[in-house]
Ligand binder design. Sequence first.
Ligand code: AMP
Length: 377
Amino acid sequence: MTFSPGATLGILGNGQLGRMCAQAAHTMGYKVIALGPGDDSPTQQVTDIAFAADFSDMDAVRKFAKAADVVTLEFENIPVETLNEVNRWAPLRPGCFVLETTQHRIKEKTFLQNHGFPVTEFLEVNSLEDLQKSVTQLDCSAILKTAAWGYDGKGQTTVEPTDDLTRIWADMDTDAAILEAKVDFQNELSIMVARGSDGHTVCYEPTLNIHRRHILDVSRALGDFDNATIEDAQTIARGVVEALDVVGVLCVELFQTEGGKLLVNELAPRPHNSGHLTIDAHVTSQFEQQARAACGLPLGDPTQKQPALMINLLGDLWQNAPPPWEKILATPGCHLHLYGKHPAKVGRKMGHLTITGKTVTEVLSRASLVDHFLQRT
Ligand code: AMP
C-alpha cells in the first residue's frame, strides 16, 4: 500500500536517526509524528506532533498509531507488545518479525546461520555452567555479549580460556548472553540496503568503519574495497533483507578477515550511523530511502556522487569550549549536522561532519585540517 506525500509518517523513537528521517520525509511533503520518552529530543524538535511517552505507555502508543498512516522506527529495542499495538492501527514497516529477530543477538545470529549467511562461531550462554562449557568448546579468545540491549560495545567483554569465568559471569549480570569466537579482522565495514513494499531492493556500497572506545568514529566511502568485496557485501545485504522480509532500510555490519572473507557481525533494521554520509555524498540518502520504503514509494538511486568521509562529533569535543565552527565550516566540502542535544556529555553523539571532495586525496587533506581544528588526538 502506498502513502502519498501529505500523509502522516509515524516514527518510533526520538534520537538523531528519527530526526534525520523526519527531515527527509518533511522535504517530500509528509507530516511526521514521533513517539518516545523525554521532551525536546532530537526527533521531537522537528516533528509536527511529539508523543512524549514511554514505549510501555499503551494509551499513548494507541493515540500515536491512530494518528499515523504508516509507522517506521529509528530504534529497534521496542517492546514486542508495543509493536503489536502499533500494528493494530497502522502498518508497521519494518514489521514485528524483523524487530523481534534483530533485538536479540541469539535469535539474530541463529537466523543468519540457518539461512546460510557467514557468521563467527557462537554459542548460547544462560548460566555460569553454560559459559564454562562454551569456553571449553570454542577453545579460543571469545567475546561474551548480553543477548539484548547491547550497543556501542556496552554489555560485552573479552573472554580468554584461562580467565576467571565466575567473576566474568557475575560482572555480566545477565541470564541471557552469547559467546562468540573472536574474529581476527582486518577491517570493519557496513553496508546499507533498502527494500520497498514491492520487494524491490537497492544497495549502497560498503563503508569502512573505524571505532574509538567501541564507538563509531569515522566512516569512509573512499573506495577502500575491491569489486569482489563490494559484490560479496551486496550479495549478503540483499540476501538478508529478503530473508527477513524487511520493508525499510537495513544496515549489515561486517568483519573482513585477513583472508578477505566477510562475516556478519550484526544487523540494524533502520538507518545507521555509518550511513549518515549518504545525505551529502549520495543521490538518495538512507533517510529518504527509509521514508520512501515505509510509505510505499519507489526507492531512490543509491549511487555515490563524490568521495566522502564522516566524522562523529562526540560530547568530548565540547568539554572546554564548543568546537570552532567558523574555522571548520570554512573548510571546503565540510557539512555540519548537529542533533539538537544538550548537554554535551562525554561519549554522547552530538552530531557529525561529512567531508566531501572531488578526489580521495582532497577529502583526506580536508579531513586532516578538520581534525586539527577539532583537536582530535
Ligand atoms: P557489537 O556491539 O556486536 O557491534 O560489537 C562492538 C564492537 O566489538 C565491534 O565493532 C567490534 O569491534 C568488536 N566485536 C564484536 N564482536 C566481535 C567478534 N566476534 N570478534 C571480534 N571483535 C568483535
